[in-house]
Design a binder for this molecule. Sequence first.
Ligand SMILES: [Fe+2]
Length: 269
Amino acid sequence: MEIEDAIARYGVLVFKNQSLRNDEHIAFAIHFGEVEAEPVNTGRTRLTETKLNDISNLNADGSLMKADDRRRMFSLGNRLWHSDSSFKTVPASYSFLFAHVVPPHGGETEFADMRAAWDALPVDQRTRLTKLDAWHSLLYSRELLGFSDFNADERAKYAPVRHPMSRVHPISGRRSLFISSHIGRVEGMLVPEGKELIRDLMESATQREFVHSHSWSVGDLVMWDNRCTMHRGRPFDDQRHPRDLRRVTLVDASYGKTPQPTSIFASTA
Ligand SMILES: [Fe+2]
């Protein structure tokens, strides 16, 4: 399929000037796999479709969320580099983010290519990383920003999960660095050592040469592959302007099933 070939090559695709109702947005995504069972809409009730993540700064009545709103505290974590649902046992494949309302300034989404980031690492570091696993939790990324006011239900729901620190893409065969701000600990390392490693890798993986910044227009549908990219939302004046983006995300059905080549050198099958 043309779109699958294109996204396997580029990692991010932009479809301009689309007009999609929520059901059409979901129907398009379903062409590419299974939608995640549960969106992360902590405390949000604005969207009734169970397959949509509400990526907005809006209350159910359309007013703007207050600065200290707990739901806003949770969503601020999306401004850190991450891979969608890396905190789930089975992480995400594609995400589809559609713009209904955009602010006049800011609010871009940036994407970093984790294949290029991997290829740029020294060989000895790649060798080391193929043997390492890291622990991810939605709460770790929120704690990074100083928000750690979690209740017992949230702590149970977002208990850390373990993933390898690199992975091979099932279509392109290319290896990617698998990091995310959801990582709080590297298996077998002391917590500060692991955090230092992640911080170092983040810095290297998000150099500008690996990053594309998308400036949103109403009607943009952006599709990306979480298996070979990271992304982050950029700030905007969310106390004055609405930004209404909605996201459908798919489960990575190939997760853990892709043969892992022994070579840690860049591959372009
Ligand atoms: Fe995201």
